[in-house]
Design a protein around this ligand. Structure first.
Ligand SMILES: [Fe+2]
Ligand SMILES: [Fe+2]
Length: 220
């Protein structure tokens, strides 16, 4: 069988391009998740709660993953990330309470549950970084950029996301560097590609479910 192994840097470039293409596909109709199409604080509250849930769930998953990392740099990255998600969760909880809401009074839709459960089940460090850090956080941070540029999003809502954006941007090309360093076998490259595809398809489902919740009142 012909080898499908490509230089790991080429794989990293391919996956970055794939995530960027997904991001651009959102531009024509930005999801409720981005806050950009929202017009009321009642809608914004639901998205804040949804994204608060993500911060907690992210830290839980990173914690469960830690023992499985033998690459010290990757392990330390996720140790730092747990503290980062805690900071983000506090920033969002403050805004939820300021709106009179309860951060935990939220039932995640099926797509959101599925996406995080799928992340949690990933076993290889490269596929974890590809699915969560590169694709997941990459799309999330892209949409934070859109929100910060949108004149219709109120300043009180942009403020916490400016701090979150600064931290996420601080990771910069970190996920691509990990892939370029560690995706050195056919198996790892195949899993990384599949993980990015999985992350994006489930992300799309989560965004559609959240649109249904926030814009059309659907509940599960
Ligand atoms: Fe993060
Ligand atoms: Fe976060």
């Amino acid at each position: 069988m012909a080898t499908t192994l490509i230089p790991p840097q080429a794989l990293a470039d391919e996956l970055v391009a794939r995530v960027q293409a997904f991001c651009r596909s959102l531009d024509a109709q930005l999801p409720a998740y981005s806050y950009v199409p929202l017009t009321t604080d009642a809608q914004r509250l639901i998205v804040l709660q949804s994204r608060y849930w993500n911060e907690l769930r992210a830290a839980e998953i990173f914690g469960r993953w830690l023992k499985g990392f033998d690459d010290l740099e990757v392990k330390l990255h996720f140790m730092d990330a747990i503290g980062e998600e805690a900071r983000h969760s506090r920033l969002l909880a403050d805004r939820i309470r300021a709106l009179g809401g309860d951060p935990l009074d939220y039932l995640p839709p099926p797509g959101q549950i599925a996406m995080f459960n799928a992340f949690e089940a990933l076993e290889d460090p490269v596929e974890r970084v590809a699915a969560f850090s590169l694709a997941g956080e990459g799309v999330a941070d892209y949409l934070i950029g859109k929100m910060l540029d949108a004149p219709g999003v109120p300043e009180w809502l942009k403020a916490p996301y400016r701090a979150i954006h600064a931290e996420e941007q601080g990771h910069g090309s970190y996920p691509a560097e990990v892939i370029a360093r560690l995706a050195t076998t056919e198996e790892r490259q195949r899993r990384a590609r599949r993980a990015v595809a999985m992350s994006l398809v489930l992300r799309r489902r989560y965004f559609d479910d959240l649109d249904d919740m926030v814009l059309r009142g659907v509940r599960w």
